[in-house]
Design a protein around this ligand. Structure first.
Ligand code: FAD
Ligand code: NAP
Length: 649
């Protein structure tokens, strides 16, 4: 009969490389920690040699000791044992590599169990060793985790690490920086590699990633610039007399916004320095399992090794792949630092970036057209999306629906120049052409994962989207490589999500925390001229999941007090909640279209996390006079069909 294998039958987060770790210490198993609770003495049964299949008891003992010596975390387990499962889950969630030997899946499992009893005084499984120290079983390991003993034992190895860093983070944006800083707080040696590949128009920026440089921050500031223009108009109705001609100066706005961004770039650098995180302004690319090559803008290369890596490289704008797109079009990467006013602008795309940019450009007084391939705001509640669109249309934004560009041709150079755009219908043969000063592509973003050398180290990506699939602890298929932020498959692409995931990941890796990032009910706001905020299900999705008969939708139009004197439309702003009848009328969808929707949605998102129901909303006293108070007095259900229009104040 063939010799039964005595090697880890299965690894989970573990690498399963026996004896190859950098920190193997000589010597055998260390005794059980003194803090171990008593009362678990092993039953020593007489040796059973019948399963040895030729291997002497002594040989088997040496092999078991070898497993304990060679593995940072060694778990002797039984595949069906729930206590063993709990321990595996603990190590997985800590992001710690471990090796398992399932005793019920090897021929001589019973004998191994006896040998383990001789070695450790424990016969039961799971039987766990960490850095050669016998931890005990499930309860003792969980206790050691709670007391911090487990973390101390695990750290013993990393202190002796032969790697340059405990952690290298690739990408200094929202997710990467939060993870790096948190890891440094827990005493880890951390490096951040951040490098911005210039856009096809040659735009580049400093540390901080998309949000700070070419995303949330400049976008919100330009949104504010546009809102101020509206406020100036409203102010006349409130008695302000401005004799000067009111006009907007693009250059002044850009300089002020870029100055603010510059201060944020500086702040990020200095906060890394304060926490002793090494920042290298170089492009990272994996060259081996634990090794990365960093190339700076002069082409100089250096290699660094680390025990763990985080991929937080984010995304960059997509291009159309038609003649003239990369030569003549700009994207959001260029817009926020554009040195000249873009003039008459075509925005291609119909989601967050497109509608937000179109909204503030029109608010600044520009002639703006949005070219929509299919629908507005895919994935969002479509009733709300259409309200966003019609408000923008009423406020001067033109929409060219069901068209896509097929060619961009330069007619005149300049700042801005003149571009001819030829577009074709998505529904027939019809084509159209028009002339614009600027074409802004906002057709989605590509993950920065294809030039990272991931294939060299076996990290799987979704070949179609370039996104990285991870488990619920943001671990890729390669155990020591994690990912956070926009590169993740199936997760919201939002700054606070990346920040939260990065911070919690560092805490799990280095501070013994078990808390995972909760990606459910993430609130968001589309900062169009009138903001749209939401949390939870769209009405369409709620119907798909729960079916219409189990839902009640409450809604109302409302008239912000600030809009009354200003004479703005009393039937534009809209509030809606979707309640699950089967679950105590729990609010599973929250939607608001109105001023400051972002601010309002944030508070209600916290309430939804606490299990908000319609009854709780009804018993909440509103703050008068605000927009948010409408949610405390929602009386009309959609199914009633009653009129929700506002007749007066
Ligand atoms: P990023 O912030 O993109 O950071 C990745 C960094 O890695 C970048 O600096 C990149 O240059 C660098 N990098 C890439 N490859 C490498 C490499 N190989 N080596 C070294 N460095 C590399 N979210 C919101 O929550 N609210 C908003 O209002 C909002 N507005 C937005 C507006 C716009 C126009 C855009 C484009 C996005 C907006 N977002 C908003 C989304 C938000 O910006 C992202 O979700 C967030 O920045 C993602 O963070 P991240 O850490 O995953 O990646
Ligand atoms: P997106 O949500 O992926 O939307 C892409 C848009 O471009 C869609 O309208 C899509 O139309 C259209 N499109 C795609 N390919 C096209 C083509 N070849 N021709 C014409 N149109 C095309 O991308 P995004 O707006 O760039 O946003 C990216 C992410 O950034 C978002 O997921 C969001 O999380 C984040 N973001 C957040 C905020 C915020 O929080 N306020 C703001 C901006 C961005 P179809 O519907 O037909 O596919």
């Amino acid at each position: 009969m063939a010799q039964p294998p005595l090697s880890p039958a299965k690894t989970s987060a573990g690498q399963g490389k026996l004896g190859t770790g950098p920190n193997r210490r000589p010597g055998g198993v260390r005794g059980a920690p003194k803090s171990s609770p008593p009362g678990r003495r092993a039953r020593m049964s007489p040796p059973d040699t019948s399963h040895l299949s030729g291997e002497s008891r002594e040989q088997l003992r040496r092999r078991v000791l070898g497993l304990i010596d060679d593995n940072r975390v060694m778990i002797f387990s039984k595949s069906y044992c729930p206590h063993s499962a709990r321990v595996k889950e603990l190590f997985s969630s800590l992001g710690v590599a471990f090796n398992i030997l399932e005793l019920d899946q090897i021929d001589n499992g019973a004998t191994v169990q006896e040998v383990l009893a001789e070695i450790s005084n424990q016969r039961t499984v799971p039987n766990i060793f960490v850095n050669k120290v016998h931890m005990g079983g499930c309860d003792r390991t969980l206790q050691a985790h709670q007391s911090g003993l487990l973390q101390t034992l695990l750290q013993e190895e990393s202190h002796e690490s032969t790697y340059d860093y405990d952690l290298i983070v690739i990408g200094g944006g929202s997710g990467g920086l939060s993870c790096a800083k948190e890891a440094a707080i827990w005493g880890k040696k951390v490096m951040v590699l951040d490098f911005v590949v210039p856009s096809p128009q040659g735009t580049f920026w400093g540390l901080g990633g998309t949000c700070v440089n070419v995303g949330c921050i400049p976008k919100k500031l330009m949104h504010q610039a546009a809102l101020l223009g509206q406020a100036l108009q409203d102010s006349r109705k409130f008695g302000w007399e401005c004799n000067q001609q009111v006009k907007h100066n693009w250059k002044t706005m850009i300089e002020a916004i870029q100055k603010h961004i510059g201060s944020l770039n500086w702040h990020y650098k200095s906060s890394l320095r304060e926490k002793a995180v090494t920042y290298v302004n170089s492009y990272g690319e994996f060259v081996a399992d634990h090794k990365i090559k960093a190339t700076n803008k002069k082409g100089q290369e250096a290699c660094f090794t680390a025990a763990n890596f985080i991929i937080a490289t984010g995304e960059r704008p997509r291009y159309l792949g038609i003649p003239g797109d990369k030569e003549y079009c700009i994207t959001s990467d260029d817009l926020f630092s554009l040195r000249y006013c873009p003039g008459k602008t075509l925005v291609v795309g119909a989601s967050y970036v497109a509608l937000e940019c179109a909204g503030f450009l029109a608010g600044l007084g520009l002639d703006v057209t949005v070219m929509v391939r299919s629908i507005l705001l895919r994935g969002f509640d479509q009733e709300m999306a259409e309200k966003v669109g019609s408000f923008m249309e009423k406020n001067g934004v033109k929409f060219l629906r069901k068209f896509i560009p097929v060619m961009i041709q330069q007619l005149e150079r300049g700042s801005p120049g003149k571009l001819k755009v030829v577009a074709k219908s998505t529904e027939g043969q019809e084509t159209t052409e028009d002339i614009y000063n600027t074409v802004l592509l906002a057709i989605g973003r590509e993950s920065c994962t294809r030039k990272l050398g991931l294939e060299k180290i076996g990290v799987k990506i979704n070949e179609r989207s370039g996104k990285i699939p991870v488990n619920d602890v943001e671990q890729t298929n390669v155990p020591h490589i994690y990912a956070v932020g926009d590169v993740l498959e199936g997760k919201p692409e939002l700054t606070p999500v990346a920040i939260q995931a990065g911070k919690l990941l560092a805490r799990r890796l280095f501070a013994g925390s078990l808390q995972k990032c909760d990606y459910i009910n993430v609130p968001t706001t589309v900062f169009t001229p009138l903001e749209y905020g939401c949390c939870g299900y769209s009405e369409e999705r709620a119907v798909e999941v729960y079916s219409k008969k189990n839902l009640e939708v409450y809604h109302t139009l409302f008239w912000p007090l600030e809009w009354t004197v200003a004479d703005r439309d009393n039937n534009t702003c809209y509030a809606k909640i979707i309640c699950n009848r089967l679950d105590n009328d729990r609010v599973i969808g929250f939607h608001i279209f109105g001023p400051n929707a972002g601010e309002i949605t944030q508070g209600f998102a916290a309430a939804m996390k606490c299990g908000l129901t319609k009854q709780l909303l009804d018993s909440t006293i509103g703050i008068h006079p605000t927009c948010g108070e409408v949610f405390t007095s929602l009386e009309i259900s959609k199914s009633s069909g009653l009129d929700i229009s506002q007749k007066g104040c």
